[in-house]
Design a protein around this ligand. Structure first.
Ligand code: TA6
Length: 292
């Protein structure tokens, strides 16, 4: 994404500007501790770079900024369901327009909250009243939390994910630890497998790890750094890399772009959360970079 193609709509504060990118509104964060971009379409963080680091979050060079589509890369918000449990895949939150609720900043960084509430479109897909709030704490580290509140008069259940795409130097020189060993293999009809304590990549990988530890660590040998991912409010960690053939089949991914990304997702999948009226639940992910 070429940031030179952003045009300023308004300046919210020293660190936050509202911009237009191909008809989509983005919040651009430029703070001494970090830079980031958040699309109001999808409530989707599209880039994040702590000061002195290279990009931590991966964005496809062919990502489409289209109100009808989800953005490939960044942190898609999958809600109120994960995967193909219903249509659209991964829920409607990543296709919806989120509203800016509040923003604050101090010497450590910027805090931005967005909300999504039920409307006619969401009711047609999912007949429940809700309020979801996404909070981004952007500084040397990144914290993203998604709080779901039942504003209806009946109970409802949901699943979902913060489907984070991470940048790595070379997937073949990347390994992951802390995800646990038992996983459901989505490339093999979800059969249960017992894997290794260290995950390395040599082909399409799409796994639901059912007993993740904290942190899950991405060891990026090429970039000589580790990314620690601490998730909460989840019941599994999904790890995904599409590899060559699937990347090639996707219009919004360049053929070899699988080489520089891996998804490590804070996911609710195995046990959907039931919320009674007035109840809430928070799913979060905390991302910290360590240098070797
Ligand atoms: O989280 C892994 C996964 O569900 C994969 O199965 C893969 O399809 C990926 O997400 C991307 O899904 P999307 O709907 O964004 O193409």
């Amino acid at each position: 994404m070429d940031l030179r193609n952003l045009s300023t709509i308004s300046v919210l504060s020293d660190a936050i500007t509202v911009c237009d990118y191909q008809g989509i509104k983005l919040l651009r964060i430029q703070h001494p501790q970090a830079e980031a971009g958040i699309s109001l379409h999808g409530g989707h963080l599209v880039w994040y770079k702590p000061a002195g680091e290279s990009a931590v979050i991966w964005l496809s060079e062919k990502a489409e900024f289209d109100p009808q589509k989800a953005i490939r890369g960044g942190i898609p918000v999958c809600w109120p369901w994960f995967g193909k449990a219903a249509t659209p895949s991964h829920g409607f939150a990543r296709l919806s327009d989120w509203a800016l609720k509040e923003h604050r900043e101090n010497d450590h960084g910027v805090i931005i909250s967005l909300t999504l509430k039920a409307d006619e479109t969401t009711q047609a897909l999912w007949p429940h009243q809700f309020c979801t709030e996404l909070t981004f704490e952007i500084g040397r580290e990144l914290h993203v939390s998604l709080t779901s509140t039942n504003t209806d008069t009946h109970a409802w259940s949901f699943s979902g994910a913060l489907h984070t795409y991470f940048t790595v130097g070379d997937i073949r020189e990347t390994s992951i630890t802390g995800m646990g060993q038992t996983y459901l293999d989505s490339t093999q009809d979800d059969i249960t497998c017992d894997g290794e304590a260290v995950l390395q990549f040599s082909g399409e990988t799409d796994r639901v790890y059912t007993s993740p530890e904290s942190p899950v660590v991405i060891h990026d040998a090429r970039n000589q750094r580790q990314i620690q991912v601490r998730n909460q409010g989840h019941d599994c960690a999904v790890i995904w890399n599409p590899w060559q053939a699937l990347s090639t089949s996707m219009a919004d991914m360049a053929d070899n772009s699988f080489e520089t990304m891996v998804c490590v997702e804070s996911t609710i999948h195995e046990s959907p959360i039931e919320l009674v009226p007035g109840a809430c639940h928070t799913l979060s992910t905390h991302i910290k970079v360590h240098r070797d």
